[in-house]
Design a protein around this ligand. Structure first.
Ligand code: T46
Length: 136
């Protein structure tokens, strides 16, 4: 598995740094390519407890490791790629219909997720075979 595929879409972030530290701003219609309806974050994570293992029919998201790291795997049913989220400078746009898995969390990881939809369990495809039929 490798990274830098077209299914891994990195957003351009502008880090504003000075001698006090750094600041990144995420604005609608600039860095975030959809209307934001929900924000959540994952924390208190375990390296032997991967998460995800589902796709969404309509949801798009932006994912950023604000602290610590994890490996994000994205899969479009044909190609499977991974990227390490290990910096607040790295923002991945997870587009519609991709299977996602998160592995190898560090214990200090805090993963911010900015979502295009409110929570709806009906939008989830949690079975990989069903996902492959959906992705065809
Ligand atoms: C995703 C990855 C990156 C809610 O009640 N509200 C919410 O907004 C979310 C996201 C989840 N939940 C409930 C549903 C489950 O009972 O929280 C529980 C854990 O959710 P889940 O097992 O889906 O968590 P992850 O980490 O596997 O997946 C989550 C998101 O669900 C998913 O959309 O892309 O993070």
């Amino acid at each position: 598995m490798s990274n830098n595929s077209s299914i891994i879409k990195l957003l351009n972030l502008n880090s504003i740094s000075d001698d006090r530290g750094s600041l990144i701003s995420l604005e609608k219609s600039k860095e975030i390519p959809f209307e934001v309806k929900r924000i959540y974050y994952l924390y208190d994570l375990k390296d032997n407890k991967p998460r995800g293992f589902h796709a969404h029919k309509n949801l798009e998201q932006v994912m950023i490791a604000l602290h610590g790291s994890c490996d994000l795997i994205l899969d479009d049913g044909k190609v499977r790629k991974s990227i390490k989220l290990d910096s607040p400078n790295i923002a991945v746009h997870v587009t519609k219909g991709l299977w996602r898995e998160m592995h190898n969390f560090t214990s200090d990881a805090v993963i911010l997720v900015i979502a295009s939809e409110i929570y709806d369990e009906n939008d989830y495809i949690r079975d990989y075979k069903r996902f492959l039929s959906f992705a065809k």
